[in-house]
Design a protein around this ligand. Structure first.
Ligand code: CDV
Length: 315
């Protein structure tokens, strides 16, 4: 780990959730989130990252058609009556947080995260852009992942919010596997990217050894943090949910690419680390001085193609 004489310290925590079952009420889940928030605050953390779709079970594993059944997994207001205690606690404890949830905006459905400031107000919203999986059940597959059925592609881009503590950005689960996610935030000088995820150990579209799930998760975070000179705080919803095992491995990763702390359980668990934001500046001034070394004139294909055989961007 690189150290600096002009350290800019920021104490981050990641609050991993163990499984949330379908029968678990919002109230029960929010009580767990509150315990984790208090735990993080008691350790001195200023910001906490919670998982993707933290308020419910990871429902895209099921193919549902009844609109009332589907809408029960979505929030129509934030904060709502059940989630308001989290915002109150943030203000009382002076701890900001990232929270992932399913958002119903009119008749549009998004996989969303919000950034709540240390005063308990919403500073920003992000809607997941890289939506994995399928829009309809894959016949014959033992596992389904139907995020494309339930969520529209996010329409808010990858903004970065200038808080009194740091420039903070957000992404959600599968976004972490795409270098573009972090480069767009890196080009805004992001200090900390918060990420929540639900990564099943098995997947409908490919069949790779389970140990590679953790390897690729950490590989994505470590390379993204290093190549964009930022800290990443990444929170899992882990353990066996409704019979479906999901990886843990929540982590705080430094701009050096090193994992500074990570979870080892698949239960509710807080990890924390006092991050030095000046390390971001050190890397940005040297090996990743973007203004000095990037060559965007040679990167045109990134905006012209979605894939090697797909020259046209999707609408
Ligand atoms: N919730 C996710 O986006 N999960 C994906 C799985 C489907 C691969 C992930 O990237 O972890």
């Amino acid at each position: 780990m690189v150290t600096s004489s002009t350290a800019r310290k920021l104490h981050l925590a990641v609050a991993q959730l163990g499984p949330v079952q379908r029968a678990d009420s919002r109230k029960q889940v929010v009580l767990r989130l509150l315990e984790l928030l208090k735990d993080a605050a008691s350790r001195g953390a200023a910001w906490v990252t919670f998982p993707e779709l933290a308020l419910t079970t990871f429902f895209p594993r099921w193919d549902m058609d009844d609109s009332a059944e589907i809408r029960a997994f979505f929030e129509t207001e934030m904060p709502g009556p059940e989630t308001r205690p989290l915002f109150d606690a943030a203000r009382e404890l002076s701890v900001g947080f990232y929270l992932g949830y399913a958002e119903l905006d009119g008749d549009r459905q998004f996989n969303t995260s919000i950034l709540v400031g240390r005063d308990g107000t919403i500073l920003g919203k992000y809607r997941k852009i890289h939506i994995p999986g399928d829009a309809a059940t894959v016949s014959g597959a033992a596992l389904q992942h139907l995020e494309k059925k339930y969520f529209a592609v996010g329409d808010l881009g990858f903004p970065v919010w200038e808080t009194p503590d740091a420039k903070i950005g957000m992404c959600i689960c599968n976004d972490r596997r795409w270098p573009e996610t972090f480069r767009v935030m890196g080009l805004q000088g992001v200090d900390v990217v918060m990420n929540g995820y639900n990564t099943p150990s098995g997947y409908v579209q490919w069949n790779e050894p389970i140990h590679l799930r953790m390897h690729h998760h950490l590989l994505s975070l470590q390379s993204a943090a290093y190549q964009n000179a930022c800290w990443i705080a990444s929170a899992a919803k882990a353990g066996v949910e409704e019979g479906s095992p999901m990886i843990g491995g929540s982590a705080i990763v430094a701009p050096t690419g090193e994992v500074m702390v990570r979870t080892f359980s698949e239960d509710d668990e807080v990890i924390n680390f006092v991050c030095d934001l000046s390390v971001c500046e050190y890397y940005r001034a040297n090996i990743f001085n973007f203004a000095a070394h990037r060559r965007p004139e040679h990167y045109g294909l990134i905006l012209e193609r979605t894939g090697a055989g797909a020259p046209l961007a999707r609408p």
